[in-house]
Unconditional design. Structure first.
Length: 252
């Protein structure tokens, strides 16, 4: 199902409750009555095209349209992705760690197996933090500089050299797959954690891991299918423009 601007915002949540955390990242609060998606977005000063691109991408893995791309900025995309990073680091990861700790504390037999799970999650948390920091410190500043140069038609020598040595294509090639370890974590609980472990906490941990895995997959898809195509076009235009300017200066 494809969500549209004329649908009621409440219906989106009824169709896919996982959109609750997505909607909150736009600063949109519950209590919007029977207002449409467009009405709610206008009320919260949210770009409706971008909002629909995100909720549709997160609800349908095969959803993608380049029609919407021209209607919102890289700045909007990066702002959303940064809020997603905060959701991981400040909310869902601590929740999972707390649940695994409770599982460990309530397991009176074979505690070493649950301790292994806790250590394994610590490793994943470290990998996720490294991944997030690289995007925050390297990738996002780069794409924002590309957008600024594209809009102003001015590119510094420094950025031009950076573009020759690093492109968004390189980012796509090196984009680390942090979802694999989540699969290992789930299998550790489902297949190998002893049945004596408290099933209540075990199930809660699994639900949160599935939620995190889905969100991380959506996050990666937005970077690769929404952000990257816009930057690729901007890079191509900037390199062509800068090269022509240099050629004209040489001819003169």
């Amino acid at each position: 199902m494809i969500f549209t601007k004329d649908m009621k915002m409440a219906d989106l949540i009824h169709k896919n409750y996982l959109l609750l955390s997505i909607i909150s990242r736009f600063g949109i609060l519950l209590g919007f009555g029977d207002k449409s998606v467009e009405e709610v977005c206008n009320e919260y000063k949210v770009n409706t095209y971008f909002f629909l691109e995100i909720v549709n991408s997160c609800s349908n893995e095969n959803y993608f349209t380049d029609v919407q791309l021209k209607h919102f900025s890289i700045h909007s995309i990066v702002g959303y992705l940064r809020k997603t990073h905060k959701f991981y680091i400040n909310q869902i990861v601590p929740e999972i760690q707390c649940l695994i700790t409770n599982l460990y504390q309530n397991c009176f037999k074979q505690k070493e197996n649950v301790k292994l799970l806790l250590n394994f999650f610590d490793e994943y948390k470290n990998e996720l933090t490294i991944h997030v920091n690289r995007e925050e410190d390297v990738v996002y500043p780069y794409v924002l500089n590309i957008e600024k140069a594209y809009e102003t038609k001015k590119i510094s020598d420094e950025l031009f050299e950076q573009m020759k040595n690093y492109s968004i294509s390189d980012y796509l090639n090196e984009h680390s797959n942090i979802e694999e370890k989540l699969l290992d974590l789930k299998n550790l609980i489902i297949k190998y954690l002893p049945p004596t472990a408290d099933f209540k906490y075990r199930n809660k941990v699994l639900v949160k891991l599935f939620q995190l895995e889905k969100d991380v997959n959506d996050h990666s898809r937005i970077e690769e299918k929404v952000m990257a195509p816009k930057i690729l076009n901007m890079e191509k235009s900037l390199l062509s423009h800068f090269s022509n300017d240099n050629q004209n200066s040489t001819d003169e």
